[in-house]
Structure formats: C-alpha cells, structure tokens
Ligand binder design. Sequence first.
Ligand SMILES: [Zn+2]
Length: 307
Amino acid sequence: MVKVALDAGHGMNTPGKRTPDGEREWSFNSKVVTAATKYLNEYDNVTVIRLDDPTGKTDISLTKRTNKANSESADILISYHHNANTGQWGTWTGTETYHYPGSSSGYALASKIHPAIVGAMVLRDRGIKSENFHMLRESKMPAILIEGGFMDSTIDIVKLRDSNVLDRAGRALADALAAHFGLKKKSKSKVESTSGVHVVKKGDTLWGISQKYNTTVAVLKSLNKISGDLIVPGQKLKLPSNSKKAATKPSLKVNAKVKVKKSAKKYATGENIPNWVKGKKYTIQQIKADRVLLKEIMSWVYKKDVE
Ligand SMILES: [Zn+2]
C-alpha cells in the first residue's frame, strides 16, 4: 500500500495568505488537494493522508503536519501552495516546485510531478528549485512543495479562479503519482454496468449506435431482441459489456479542445512553439482558413499542427 501525504498549505484564516482581493490561498490549495485525493481513489493500493484541516478552520502547525506524515510512515509528501510576490497585482507568473537542498529523492520526485503540474496550469515553467522549508526538512520521506501559480498575478489568478484548472492540476498530480508508483486503476466493472445502456435519441440508427460503442448492429439486435431495424426515441438499448464509447476525433469547432502535436514546430505567426506547449489540450477560440486561435496560450496554431 502506497501512502501519500497531501498538504494544502495554511488554513482558511491564516493571516496574509490571500490575494489582493482577499481570496484565501488555502482555498486554492485545498481544491487541488481535494481533486488529487478524488483521482487517487480511482487507483488501487494507495491511501491519502491529509495533513491540513480539510475544513480549513484550523491552521495546523507545520510541526504537527510533518509529525503526522512521519508517524504514519507516508511514502512521500506533497505540500501544495500558491505563490505571492509583492501582494499587489503584477504580471509575474508561473509554476515552480521545491525539494530540500541536496535531496536526490526529493529532486527525483519533483522531476516526475512538476512537468505534470506545469502542463495542467499552462503557465510559465519556473523550474525545479531547492529551499530549506520546514515541510521538506522535517519530513523523513521524499517531499516536494509545489507553488501552482501566483495569487497576486493578473495572469495566474485567471487560472486559480477557474475550478476546472485546479481540478485538472489535482488530476495531473494524481496521475503523475500513480505513474511514479506504478499504480493501476481500480476495476471499472461498476462503472460499466451502470453505463451499459444507451437511451435512443431522435435520429439515432442502430448502425450509428453500433459505431459509437465499437460494436455491431447484429450484436445490438440479439442483445435487445430486436427483429427489424426499428428503434424509437426513449427506448433503452442494452450494450455489450465490453463496449466502450469510441473516442471521437476532436473536430475543429470553437470551444472544442484540441491537442498541439508533438511534431509542431512554429506558430502560424512564425515564432517557435516551446516544448511545454506541445502534447497538451487547449480550447479553440477562433478559426481561420489554415489556423486556430488557442485560448489558454493566446496563440495561432496551424490546423495541421493540432489533433
Ligand atoms: Zn503558501
């Protein structure tokens, strides 16, 4: 059993730790940690030990936090924070991850997790750094402290106020930890038995439904005891237990999500596409003949370079 100690930095009412508009750092941190816990629960053989007060009411002392991780023999410790620079709005930006100075296990953990968080936040990559922080120094297991973005940045705050982005960061953290420990997803039998029905909509055909679920018309007909080809809206069709919704190819529509291909080289405006942009999903904001404007990176990318 892998034991992961997760720590949302501070408490709801910790003095100072807030945006220039008064939003609390803990609430941003907690959203990521809560999401990461939810997604880690999709894996077998892992437990989460939460070090802060999940209600945010109490700011648990740093010593209590590391004592808990140590006494429960956590395998690793992740302390999740959001940065501040001056406490006034500015345009500093980015994600950074810390390990204890000279800790090779801390560095190794950071090098697995940090790129995933950068990929989820889609902010500047400020890199992996080392610092003599309590959470890193007093914990006996490999430990890292993540600063997801700046609370006092007019750039980063847009991401911090977007629950989808913080949820995505939590998922990225969970999936990167799962990869680090070689965890396997729990069996999906429950999910399949509840999703094994298709409710017929107007315009549906047996052929169309068979394609959608990677099956055949013959299988659908025998499973549902249909002799002809007639199906009616509202009718519930059983699906074969191994059917899975076929992955639909993303189409180039406004608001659709597309991935920038790893092979992409230059933006449609001529600049080089940095590596951290590639292989990640973005939202199409605008479409022109040969290019699309991707919202999160505010950049025009050739249609041929997205998938
Ligand atoms: Zn903090």
